[in-house]
Design a protein. Structure first.
Length: 587
């Protein structure tokens, strides 16, 4: 036990892993160390993040809404009227405090290894935001090997590694991201010479594309996915049913219908698709193996039993193909990478699982990363440790990524600083809930959670969810209403049946948008006007004066964007599920 009687904290985040991928949530992918965590702790169905990774990370580390923490939009999706406005800085701003900043001040050691994605400029790297020792990747995605190859030339400005605030020019020849991050975290914890408690943030870039694994992992899942999408989806749903994660009468999710079915693929396409999923699965098993190495070291140091461990994915599974990242094209990917089948998963390959497997990875939820459907924002959460007493599978309570900071502070018996100018916490402490089997977390009087990123919007209240998806994901100005208790898959828009509930949640959305400073995008892309190099300078001189009245600014007008009206005769309507088109949006 630590000398101060305070627990250690290990916060583990994986990148783009689907809801049902890992073993404790019904997946066929072998993750025995996560299974051990789940068996000795609690796993949650109804934990929500942002639909994209940088906004999630801003909320995770600050406990505040992404619109107030600096990631109101996803770089480089900022509109010109959003660029560098308060809450839209594109990096974790100084209006919020981070978990390590607070804990370090209270005597904790603070360590980070892995993906940051919250600022690559001087003063905004993890070493400047409370971490004592760091090895971090600053951008959104990169080769998992030593070559540090960016996802595209437009991603290059923030494709850097940093150690203790200094840019890392070269990586070891045997570098593989998950292995190296874990090595660093083991090093930091092992080299700690005193008995003070620590906060360790291990943020894997795996299984984010490009899909890569060391050679000895390449064939771990050979043949497992040859049966195709439906077979894996049905097997996962059956296991989830047996575990008690889903209702007994839940039928398989048929998906968006925008991707080819397995029997519509050619033999060559099926071979390629199954191989991509094999590499993806191996990435997840590899990161679990690395967690086992870390857990063994904590046990060896007699620190494991007094460490509270959180495990989550930053958003739903990734549907994006390599040509998604501008200015990539299908032709440039084919020309510049060795994507022969025999090179899948190796250096100089660039593959991803694609939309159809992403839907399977999120079984039984609809859609995937990018969207505010449940497949985009609901991810697995495991909380484990001797100091929290909650055990088993929890399916009812709605939890949010901002809850983790106040929960950690509560377990550490540290008050959140009341400094002038700090944004208010959006999350709540789950400590009473985690220590008492019968106590439910109380968010506020109305129990409302709001979501918005790249104009994809949602509001959740009890069993109800109101959602707006812009084209190409939705239909113009239409909002859809779902009862998630009866319709977990978000298939039946009941807005016309429950107009009062629709209007109530729409008013809740307006209140949320106003309270967090949401700015409606004006349709003019800042990156198109500035160019990528200038965009990534995040220079305030390019800020547009909001008084000019460009776009619908909720902060300026006091009103959220105009709502659409539900379609008539929508009681049995299935929500429109549009295909995802390539954009210039980064990760």
């Amino acid at each position: 036990m630590s000398s101060q009687g305070q627990p250690n904290f290990l916060l583990i985040v994986v990148d783009d892993m689907g809801y049902s991928d890992c073993q404790p949530f019904g997946g066929e992918i072998s993750t025995p160390n996560l299974q051990q965590l789940a068996d000795n702790g609690a796993r949650f169905r109804n934990f929500h993040t942002s639909a994209l990774c940088a906004p999630t990370r801003s909320m995770l580390l600050s406990g505040c809404d992404n619109h107030q923490a600096g990631l109101g939009n996803m770089p480089t999706a900022h509109a010109t009227n959003q660029y560098m406005q308060p809450g839209y800085e594109g990096y974790l701003n100084k209006d919020v405090l981070t978990i390590p900043e607070i804990l370090k001040e209270a005597g904790y050691h603070t360590y980070m290894a892995g993906k940051w994605h919250l600022g690559e400029l001087e003063g905004f790297r993890p070493h400047s935001r409370g971490f004592e020792r760091t090895f971090s990747f600053l951008g959104g995605g990169v080769s998992h090997f030593k070559d540090q190859r960016a996802l595209s030339e437009f991603e290059q400005p923030h494709t850097e590694y940093s150690e203790n605030g200094e840019t890392v020019e070269t990586l070891p020849d045997d570098f593989y991201s998950s292995d190296y991050y874990t090595d660093k975290m083991i090093q930091y914890i092992t080299e700690q010479s005193d008995g003070d408690p620590f906060f360790a943030y291990l943020a894997f870039t795996s299984p984010h594309d490009p899909l890569h694994v060391p050679d000895n992992w390449l064939d771990k899942y050979k043949g497992v996915y040859d049966g195709g999408y439906d077979a894996i989806r049905d097997q996962r749903l059956q296991r989830m049913n047996e575990l008690g994660l889903v209702p007994n009468d839940l039928t398989p999710n048929e998906g968006s219908g925008e991707f080819k079915k397995w029997n519509e693929l050619t033999e060559e396409e099926r071979t390629e698709a199954s191989r991509k999923m094999e590499i993806y699965a191996a990435m997840i098993q590899n990161l679990d193996w690395n967690l086992g190495r870390l857990f063994d070291k904590l046990k060896e140091l007699n620190k494991f039993d007094d460490t509270i461990i959180f495990f989550l994915s930053d958003n739903g599974a990734n549907p994006k193909e390599p040509h998604f990242y501008a200015p990539n094209t299908k032709e440039s990917i084919a020309r510049e990478y060795d994507n022969r089948l025999e090179n899948y998963g190796r250096i100089n390959s660039f593959i991803s699982i694609g939309g159809a497997w992403a839907e399977v990875a999120n079984t039984p939820l609809s859609y995937f990363k990018i969207t505010t459907y449940e497949g985009g924002t609901q991810t697995p959460l495991i909380v484990s440790g001797r100091r929290m007493h909650k055990r088993g599978i929890v399916t009812d309570e709605v939890l949010h990524v901002t809850d983790i900071l106040p929960t950690i502070l509560d377990f550490a018996n540290i008050r959140y600083p009341k400094e002038k100018g700090l944004k208010p916490l959006y999350g709540i402490s789950l400590k009473p809930f985690l220590q008492e089997e019968t106590k439910q977390p109380v968010r506020n009087t109305f129990d409302v959670l709001g979501f918005e990123i790249t104009e994809c919007k949602a509001i959740m209240k009890g069993v109800w969810k109101l959602i707006f998806m812009p084209p190409p994901y939705g239909e113009g100005e239409e909002w859809h209403l779902f009862n998630l208790k009866e319709d977990l898959k978000e298939e039946n828009n009941v807005a016309a049946q429950f107009p009062d509930k629709f209007n109530e949640l729409k008013a809740d959305w307006n209140a949320y948008a106003l309270s967090v400073g949401y700015i409606r995008a004006n349709g003019e892309r800042a990156v198109a006007k500035l160019g990528f190099e200038e965009f990534y300078r995040f220079d305030p001189k390019h800020r547009i004066n909001p008084e000019a009245g460009i776009g619908g600014d909720a902060k300026k007008t006091g009103k959220a964007p105009k709502a659409g009206t539900p379609k008539k005769n929508a009681s049995k309507q299935k929500a429109s599920k549009k295909n995802i088109e390539p954009t210039e949006l980064g990760d």
